[in-house]
Design a protein around this ligand. Sequence first.
Ligand code: NAD
Length: 332
Amino acid sequence: MKITFFSTKPYDKEFFKKENEKFGFELEFYETHLGPHIANVIDNTDAVCVFVNDKVSAEVIKELATKKIKVIALRCAGFNNVDLEAAKAYGIKVCRVPAYSPEAVAEHAVAMLLTLNRKTHKAYNRVREQNFSLNGLLGYDIHGKTVGIIGTGNIGRTFAKIMMGFGCKIIAFDVIANRDLEAMGVTFLPLIDIFNQSDIISLHCPLTEQTHHIINKESLAMMKKGVTIINTSRGGLIDTKAAIDALKLKQLGYLGIDVYEQEDKLFFRDLSNNIIEDDTIQRLMSFPNVLVTAHQAFFTEDALQQISAVTLDNVSNLLNNKNLTNKAAMLA
Ligand code: NAD
């Protein structure tokens, strides 16, 4: 049985080849995104394996169906990039990795917060230039601050527990309140109260029609002046132009993003010798109080090992008409 991978990097090949010693699939790797331009190269394959920026549209799924693909396996948790209705219509099964090391992503959100708050990225460069002055490095204590979490699933809940250890007051919004977190002292409130009361807001909900641009001109205006926002979830949660306006007004005090609405044209590539045409990201990166990382929150050895193990287990089960080990992995 053969799996064809798209958007692969050297580390994907390394982890999947090692894990595949237990499964014995034939593996084929392409660096390019999956899209209508490339679907024709798929030949004699049982499953395709895709990542966050592969656009698995109805058009692509139709082509996959003609190639007799049985499974689309996402090697990530989010699935906003796959047309699930089209997959169902063509009888192609779709699976994902619902929970691989939520700690990897939650810890990266904390790393972004601490970098912005204590300006360690600036201190690192400054000291290397033998500039030992502290001017401009003034931070704030995280202890005692109110942290608002939007989405308390695997990652949001892990982030909440870490921030409790810092001595923060945790408030949260989710479409389903989490009883375990409530028992630990987290207060679930309406979204508007999260916007009004938080000193720090961290986004951990999926990108859906309801959450698209959840951070926008109106919600930013409701927030405390100087609020810190961290987004390790999906770029489309933030209206980037509204965030830029709020940064200029100093309404938004700090912004840490690991994801960006137009990231598919930028992230996971070395563009250091290119002219970047996206003026929005260039403007964002010009702010001293904005930290951008290129979708690396998941990128730990522990997470990559789990991603490859769960993905191959999913494909093996689906191709052998068995139930998935984790029901939440099944999307269509
Ligand atoms: P999850 O499914 O465990 O949790 C998502 C939570 O969001 C659920 O509790 C759900 O009820 C809640 N939710 C759904 N709609 C909502 C809404 N309208 N408002 C508020 N909450 C809502 O997912 P997870 O594993 O915690 O992942 C969260 C997101 O993180 C994923 O959707 C993915 O986009 C992103 N992610 C990013 C990276 C990265 O490397 N940056 C890695 C993994 C996941």
